[in-house]
Design a protein. Structure first.
Length: 76
């Protein structure tokens, strides 16, 4: 696979902690730790240093709509 999902980000205008965690469970993502900012809930799926060691060194955001953004790491 030439990409990995590094984080899932939820807009707090559309999701709260409970609804974002339900979405993650329903879509088979991990819930280990949440970083909460004024506008977003960010759930890390993989540690950046781990991804980098595997050769994933480019990042792009993919907006899924409805207030959800995936942070995707790619290999060269």
């Amino acid at each position: 696979m030439n990409y990995k999902i590094q984080s899932v980000i939820f807009n707090k205008d559309k999701f709260n902690k409970k609804s974002s965690e339900k979405w993650l469970i329903d879509h088979k993502y991990k819930i280990k730790k949440v970083d909460i900012t004024d506008n977003y809930l960010r759930y890390r799926q993989l540690v950046p240093s781990y991804i980098k060691k595997q050769g994933y060194d480019k990042y792009r955001n993919k907006d899924l709509g409805n207030g959800i953004i995936l942070v995707i790491a790619y290999k060269n």
